[in-house]
Design a protein around this ligand. Structure first.
Ligand SMILES: C[S@@+](CC[C@H](N)C(=O)[O-])C[C@H]1O[C@@H](n2cnc3c(N)ncnc32)[C@H](O)[C@@H]1O
Length: 179
């Protein structure tokens, strides 16, 4: 993976999202998301083989990076890829995420395939974990409901901005409304 500021390699496997290549939506996120803070707790929701978590860990080596995925092989690949790139990433099954966990930054190419209702529930659960000034960055394909997700999150009271749009992908930032 070649980004303006870093390069790394990572293993993928059959049965894990985006086998053999980097998804173009993920690449868009990695190229255009605002630089992460130096420290804090960061989460990649739906890590797959880990390219997003790896980028966070390489860009912010002092942050705690957590990669969440129900797919055991995805977690295994992310762990191995973290070792191979000499970074620290904690992998978790979604059921093992502590209820009280607070998160400063979320980057995710979320699992659209779980269906609209499940996806919205998942994203809201995570957004409620954001710290006061926390930020979430999501990449979603327009054909898979990015614009309706954007409107829905606003209706739910979140501050949403489209910070990029390319080849049908929308890059959305989500934060708490200022009080
Ligand atoms: C679109 S893929 C993104 C994978 C990886 N982040 C990437 O960019 O290559 C979404 C991932 O979400 C995972 N997933 C499915 N349900 C999930 C859930 N409830 N919580 C977290 N991740 C989930 C899938 O197993 C899949 O690996």
């Amino acid at each position: 993976m070649l980004l303006p500021d870093l390069a790394f390699t990572f293993q993928t496997d059959r049965g894990v999202f985006s086998h053999g290549h980097l998804d173009s939506g993920t690449a868009f996120l990695l190229q255009h998301a605002p630089a992460p803070p130096q420290t804090g707790t960061f989460v990649d929701i739906g890590c797959g083989a880990g390219p997003i978590a790896l980028t966070l860990a390489l860009r912010s080596p002092s942050a705690q990076v957590i990669a969440v995925d129900p797919n055991a092989r995805a977690r295994e690949l992310t762990k191995q890829n973290a070792l191979d790139n000499a970074v620290a990433i904690t992998t978790l099954h979604p059921d093992d995420v502590a209820e009280e966990m607070t998160v400063d930054l979320i980057w995710s190419n979320p699992p659209i395939r779980i269906g609209k209702a499940a996806l919205r529930t998942l994203l809201i659960e995570w957004l409620h974990r954001l710290s006061k000034d926390g930020l979430a960055v999501f990449v979603v394909n327009r054909h898979l409901g990015a614009d309706s997700l954007h409107r829905w999150l606003e209706d739910e009271g979140w501050s949403v901005a489209r910070i990029g749009s390319r080849s049908g992908f929308r890059l959305l930032t989500v934060r708490r409304q200022p009080n």
